[in-house]
Design a binder for this molecule. Sequence first.
Ligand SMILES: O=C(O)c1ccccc1NCC(=O)[C@H](O)[C@H](O)COP(=O)(O)O
Length: 204
Amino acid sequence: MTKVKICGLQEQHHVQAAIKAGADAIGFVFAPSKRQVTIEQAQQLAKHVPAEILKIGVFVNPSAQELRTAVESVPLDYVQYHGEETPDFIHEQGYPAIKALSVRCAEDVRVAANYDVDYYLFDAPGTDFKGGSGHTFDWTLLELVGIPQDKLMLAGGLKVENIEQAVSLVSPYMVDVSSGVETDRVKDITKINAFIHAVKKGRA
Ligand SMILES: O=C(O)c1ccccc1NCC(=O)[C@H](O)[C@H](O)COP(=O)(O)O
């Protein structure tokens, strides 16, 4: 069954709601964003997260020191590289890794082949920030990618209204949502429940 990551969590009650609803992973955004958290905030949020739920840190062009501090002190299970990090930089850090790729055209999808990472997250380009725009991209471009389905994550403008179509077209290992489970830029527990239910009930 498709797994679900709820990203951009900043409040403990939203973290607990996502876990209760059946999220498989939660994301903390350390990059500049309206959803940015400090390492100390993420540490507090992570305290009551069961071990089987993945804690993913989202970074944009981080320094090695910034990564080490966050990975060790939160602690994080995966680093999501959401900037222009090179394959060598990611390899040198040595952490379980997700490379996010902003998709505008076929070439953006093919760039994935340059990276040797655990998961490839295909997302829409950011607007104010590098991610979390709430916009979709042309999912049919992913047909060009020679990446195994079990390494493919899909993000960008996903919401309860389009998740069934997205999953049936792309068959990703995991879907990742932020804006689609918010109201007025704040996480909305009703939308978190509905989104996870739509994915997990097998329709999606
Ligand atoms: O969410 C952000 O604000 C953000 C800012 C800077 C870099 C990455 C960011 N989010 C990364 C994610 O994994 C989001 O879930 C993904 O971009 C999808 O967001 P959305 O389209 O809002 O569902």
